[in-house]
Design a protein around this ligand. Sequence first.
Ligand code: SF4
Length: 435
Amino acid sequence: MNIAIKTLGCKANRYESDVLLKRLSGAHEVFEMNEGVSTFQRRAQADFDIAVVNTCTVTHVADRKSRQAIRSLKSANPSCKVVVFGCGPNVAREDYEKIVEVDEVFGNVDGVIEFIEKLGARDDNNGECGIDGGNNDSLRTRAVVKIQDGCNNYCAYCIIPRARGPEVSFDKDKILEAVRRKEEAGFREIVLTGIIISNWERDGMDFADLIEFLLENTSSVRFRISSIEPQNFSDKFVRLFGWDRVCPHVHMSLQSGSDSVLERMRRKYDVALYLDVCKRLRDTVSDIGLTTDVIVGFPGETKEEFMATCDFVRDIGFLKMHVFPYSRRKNTVAYHMEDQVAENVKKERAEKLRKISNKLGVAFMRGLWGNEYDVIVETCRNGVCTGVTPNYIPVQFSCSDEDGGEGKSGDLVGKVFKVQMEKLKKDGLVEAIIC
Ligand code: SF4
């Protein structure tokens, strides 16, 4: 069978789609629909039998995009079966069952695999579904390894604990096994992912112990930590960023720069703690890339509280902020809060904060001119390579035959080059030169 997969949402979803790819490839022609419109259209003409949509429900926009994906896949090929799974059905299964284009709804990836196997699939990959997304990782240079699932925090705005269930930390030896398989397969970077990975805890070890364990038992891969909460930064964890195989990039959710809003959100830290973590990180690695998520227009957010967020993010100097207007989700505490902020106010605040984010990003990158970084090549076309630095700056640099490629279309993907940061291009990439 031809099976198309469309993935929405976070790295945990990305990992689960990689599991699907691994389990079903070989027995079937499996391809992803995340590669751009022209590829999508070409694939659509290939007449797929099953379209799998891995949904996201973190905001109304994510819900809408999930539904749009379902409809566009069905309209591209009306005779296909549309199979839906992920956070959307876990939170509101009946809403997805009502969509006329949907044929089957599952809570998790195992249900999807079982369904496809029953349709006549032959699964001879002997894959392990728990941790390792397989070697079909969407990025050939960077593999995802899931170390944890679920969340017990129940932040006031968030539906994820209902979608994902309670926290589970995976076994360290199985995680190591998955990492080693990636390393042996030639991946240069491993992204450790989950829902709240900093809460990983098992057999008397915490998250910092786990990373140290992985570093001590591997030799070449570097590790990137996908997203982390500010309340879990032990001194040991901060020191790990001094290792050259731990990418100096931290994505740490802020959500608001106002203590009163953080309290209403039921977050477990205040701005003083957040600031302290950033200082400790910068004391360890001065050019560490700090990225974050911020929600604007949380119920009751006053102009002063919003301004406090603007001031705070300027103090930190983030490389990048993902700004989300607050999205009201049923079955969350914040859904019932009074003083919901008007949509136009949320939109204005989001725009203002995104402009601040762009300026901060440019200022941060300008401070790096002349610095040298090891970059793993992710694309190489017409003698131009792209990749990201360990501190998460997207860069572009020219290569030639002597660099080991074939000049025009040399396949340098996966190779590592030391480059020097030069200048910012209009498209947001930094131009660099090979040292
Ligand atoms: S920590 Fe809060 S925001 Fe993050 S997944 Fe858990 S409940 Fe949601």
